[in-house]
Design a binder for this molecule. Structure first.
Ligand code: ADP
Ligand code: MG
Ligand code: MG
Length: 258
């Protein structure tokens, strides 16, 4: 079973347009271990650095690791290119281009699957796989022929994200604010998709979210509270219930000071 280990991760971000310009430290020593089969929720107030963690794992060039390590089964993830991360089994929805002009969802998914599996999936079984995954997410089959992200609504983007998750079968999946901008039905369908992938026992999920509502559909095994660039508390699903009732106030007061 694969294990992602984040060790004392410190990350700074460019605050201007220049790569040698001023920098700000955002992550201040994050420690977290996610194993295949586990679901972890990362929760915390806006601005606490949750997306910075997701972007850093995705290899976004704006974020610089100043110290610490990220290992997948002992392999240095930070030394890998974005493609190598995907091939190693780390899935990050935002690692793929925002908009891919002229590339249909169906071709995009097949190309991604080819890159990850090392060989092209057989066309016949692939078409069937895509159809089934789309039906499970209650997506219109015509969606497969649309161009990636072109005119996608917020809900369609999120479904496309979960479609990738279902088809690409990563070892570790990082989902940032998958619940934002979804109406109740879409939230339920997206959550069911995540739960189906979870039920295989073969994916470790890092569910990054500000709100607790998705956690009514997905019961995490572990909940971590993020504040001022680090994890300040960890617990089980009951911690999410506590956050739903009490908010983040206690953590912001205690943790947000510079
Ligand atoms: P969260 O996802 O928890 O809301 P973020 O990781 O998006 O938090 O942001 C954490 C902090 O880093 C915020 O104070 C934000 O303003 C700052 N930050 C993130 N990205 C940048 C950037 N590209 N330039 C300047 N500041 C940034
Ligand atoms: Mg430290
Ligand atoms: Mg964020």
């Amino acid at each position: 079973m694969a294990t992602l280990e984040i060790r004392d991760l410190h990350v700074s971000v460019e605050t201007g347009d220049q790569s040698d310009g001023p920098r700000k430290e955002i992550l201040r020593g994050v420690d977290l271990t996610v194993k295949q089969g586990e679901t972890h929720a990362i929760m915390g107030p806006n601005g606490s650095g949750k997306s910075t963690l997701a972007y850093t794992l995705a290899g976004h060039p704006k974020y610089t690791v100043t110290s610490g390590q990220v290992l997948l089964d002992g392999e240095d993830v930070l030394a890998m290119t974005v493609d190598e991360r995907a091939r190693a089994g780390v899935f990050l929805a935002m690692q793929y281009p925002v908009e891919v002009p002229g590339v249909s969802v169906s071709n995009f998914l097949r190309t991604a699957a080819t890159a990850i599996r090392g060989e092209a999936p057989k066309l016949r079984t692939w078409v069937k796989e895509v159809k089934e995954a789309m039906a499970a997410l209650q997506m219109d089959p015509a969606f497969a022929e649309r161009n990636v992200n072109e005119g996608f609504s917020g809900g369609e983007k999120k479904r496309h994200e979960i479609l990738q998750l279902e088809l690409l079968k990563p070892k570790i999946a990082i989902l940032d604010e998958t619940d934002s901008g979804l109406d109740v039905d879409a939230l339920r369908q997206v959550s069911e998709g995540i739960n189906r992938v979870r039920a295989t026992g073969e994916v470790g999920t890092l569910l990054v979210t500000h709100y607790t509502r998705i956690l009514r559909y997905i019961k995490p095994d572990y909940v971590h509270v993020f504040s001022a660039g680090r994890i300040v508390e960890s617990g089980g699903a009951e911690l999410a219930d506590k956050l739903e009732n009490e908010g983040y106030e206690a953590y912001v007061k205690g943790g947000a000071s510079e």
